[in-house]
Ligand binder design. Structure first.
Ligand SMILES: *[C@@H]1O[C@H](CO)[C@@H](O)[C@H](O)[C@H]1NC(C)=O
Ligand SMILES: *[C@@H]1O[C@H](CO)[C@@H](O)[C@H](O)[C@H]1NC(C)=O
Ligand SMILES: *[C@@H]1O[C@H](CO)[C@@H](O)[C@H](O)[C@H]1NC(C)=O
Ligand SMILES: *[C@@H]1O[C@H](CO)[C@@H](O)[C@H](O)[C@H]1NC(C)=O
Length: 571
């Protein structure tokens, strides 16, 4: 088979340019490289048409992954002398770390091949699989490579990944009222003028549980009185998938009403398209799903203004965004993403590769914030769970900060209209920084849900913020939506302001947050002690004193976060 020879030779040539080790025979011994059965809900149906083309992505193994981990831990650990000494992409190369994704050509090989060729290269058989919602994918449950190549290749997709598309983590809250009820005219006439009035924060008066306003959020988390000092040197970004992007007219309308001093941003913030949007603009027709990008931007700008703001619009694939972003020289210091999927829809090698990329962003000094999911212990969306809870990814990656959702004020409690995404990873081990906090919690809950979750996995969320009936403007209409979708940009915007204070004082930004959150900052949150991460026809995990698998350490308190941000060890 000449094609197999070419393939293996091609990979080798790319891997070992100085050691052209042409295989002497094309009958090299194959062994299974990866096996990942179709998750529940997928049924094998027919064989694909043999000349159908598959666009294969081959990820070569990263070099020096251990060195990267060491640096990431040091620069993110407030008690380490290297804390805050982030590295640029170039400096990483100087450390011999030629990772991810420094460019899409270095570590990734893309080839378009007909199915039958891919089948012979990987000694596998592809099938059409159908999901319960009728959508189909061409996949296989295992693939092989010549044994001598196993050490050079991390993953090849699409093979065993049943991950289809990430989901926006947003919910309609006017369940019984069509969104169109709020007409545009109403918007301008009947909305209370949120921006007027004194700077006094009377939560009881200001915060309405049926409509969580921007002003309420700014008061509740304590950023109302803070004036950003270095907005031009500080930035927050949000990411949208499916080729979705903000409608500037919505952002303008929202800011005009709720943060009038910021209104110009609506027409000036950059929206960077990392994929061909026409290829990716998906059939998301639910107006709630479409509201995601607007909500993320409105909350992020509304809270962090005048901090610089940007948005990405990307395709369906987390890898594509990661590869793109890692190749940029200059990045926002805080990035919020309100999209996710259930961890088990990806094979381990893929989530591992993504999480490594997030770790690298930590080394670059970026705080990555992800929504934790809207179905409690069932993950992103309600689905039957069988005998196991479903963790969500990227929330389950130990190199990012996952944000759960609360509702109510004085006190805030975990949301109950949906479950705040929470649980324990099956792909990632519990990182050291959270062992004490999480073990304390596990002792407290004893054998509740024993066997349904992985007690040694990375536990999430890390923190929480409001995620119920948040006021937004979308499609020209004022409405309110819920979801950890709101929680993530709210939390991210508060962190952007803490970064502002650090930069203004000549200090590095906070970077990867978790070692700090579980350490010096653990008391800088308002603990949430009621509610649970409902899902899988169970009550999920209960909120508790201190860290819990519903709301993490709780919601941000800006003054205390500032204090914690300035109390850390620094050389
Ligand atoms: C390919 O896989 C089949 C089993 O699916 C196995 O019998 C065969 O030996 C494999 N071929 C090679 C070259 O390893
Ligand atoms: C802002 O500061 C002023 C003056 O110190 C104070 O009176 C007011 O209550 C503060 N507002 C908030 C929201 O903390
Ligand atoms: C969108 O959905 C319609 C109906 O379900 C389908 O006919 C059309 O091909 C879809 N468009 C894209 C770009 O997938
Ligand atoms: C539980 O988590 C550990 C650590 O990540 C992992 O090695 C193990 O495979 C997981 N167990 C299951 C059943 O997924």
């Amino acid at each position: 088979m000449p094609s197999m020879h070419l393939f293996t030779f091609g990979i080798l040539a790319l891997l070992l340019p100085n050691a052209i080790a042409a295989p002497t025979s094309n009958t090299a011994a194959y062994a299974v490289k990866e096996r990942h059965d179709a998750p529940q809900g997928w049924t094998k149906i027919t064989s694909p048409v043999e000349y159908q083309t598959i666009s294969l992505q081959i990820a070569l193994k990263q070099q020096n992954s251990d060195a990267l981990t060491k640096i990431a831990l040091e620069v993110s650990d407030p008690s380490h002398p290297r804390y805050g000494q982030y590295l640029s992409a170039k400096q990483l190369l100087g450390h011999g770390i030629d990772t991810a994704a420094l460019s899409s050509t270095r570590d990734w090989i893309n080839v378009d091949l007909p199915v039958h060729k891919v089948e012979s290269l990987l000694n596998t058989t592809y099938f059409n699989y159908r999901y319960t919602d009728g959508s189909t994918l061409v996949r296989t449950s295992e693939w092989s490579l010549p044994v001598y190549l196993h050490g050079y290749v991390d993953l090849i997709q699409p093979t065993t990944s049943f991950f289809r598309t990430p989901k926006p983590l947003i919910h309609p809250t006017h369940e019984h009222v069509p969104m169109r009820r709020h007409q545009r005219e109403d918007l301008l006439e009947t909305m209370p003028n949120d921006a007027s009035g004194s700077s006094a924060c009377n939560i009881g008066k200001l915060c309405d549980p049926t409509e969580t306003s921007l002003r309420c959020l700014r008061c509740l988390y304590g950023t109302m009185n803070y004036t950003a000092q270095v907005p031009e040197r500080n930035m927050i970004g949000v990411t949208s998938y499916h080729g979705l992007a903000q409608r500037r007219s919505d952002i303008r309308q929202y800011l005009k009403k709720f943060r009038p001093e910021a209104v110009e941003v609506a027409d000036t913030f950059p929206i960077v398209f990392t994929a061909d949007v026409l290829d990716h603009y998906e059939n998301l027709t639910d107006p709630t799903d479409l509201a995601e990008a607007d909500m993320d931007a409105e909350l992020a700008i509304g809270i962090s203004w005048p901090t610089s703001f940007m948005a990405w619009s990307t395709g369906d694939d987390f890898i594509e965004w990661m590869v793109y972003v890692l190749a940029q020289d200059s990045l926002p210091q805080v990035i919020s993403t309100s999209w996710g999927a259930n961890e088990h829809t990806w094979p381990l090698a893929t989530t591992t590769r993504l999480c490594d990329g997030y770790k690298e962003l930590g080394v670059r000094g970026v705080s990555l914030i992800f929504a934790s999911g809207d179905a409690g212990v069932a993950g992103v969306r309600d689905e039957s769970c069988g005998s196991e809870f479903h963790p969500t990814f990227p929330a389950s990656c130990p190199w990012i900060t996952a944000v759960g959702a609360t509702k109510g004020f004085e006190p805030e409690v975990a949301v109950s209209a949906y479950g705040s995404g929470a649980g324990f990873s099956n792909h990632f081990a519990m990182p050291k920084y959270q062992v004490d906090a999480v073990h304390g919690y596990l002792e407290g809950i004893g054998d509740m849900h024993a066997g349904m979750y992985n007690r040694s996995g990375r536990a999430y969320p890390d923190v929480a913020a409001q995620g119920a009936r948040t006021t937004i403007v979308t499609s020209g209409i004022k409405t309110s939506n819920s979801g950890t979708s709101a929680s993530a940009p709210i939390f991210a915007a508060v962190i952007a302001l803490v970064n502002d204070a650090r930069i203004a004082a000549g200090k590095p930004v906070l970077g990867f947050l978790n070692p700090w959150i579980y350490g010096a900052a653990s008391a800088a949150f308002t603990d949430v002690e009621d509610g649970s991460s409902v899902g899988c026809d169970t009550d999920g995990f209960p909120a508790a004193d201190g860290w819990d698998a519903v709301t993490g350490f709780g919601t941000p308190n800006f003054d205390r976060l500032i204090e914690a941000a300035f109390s850390v060890f620094e050389t």
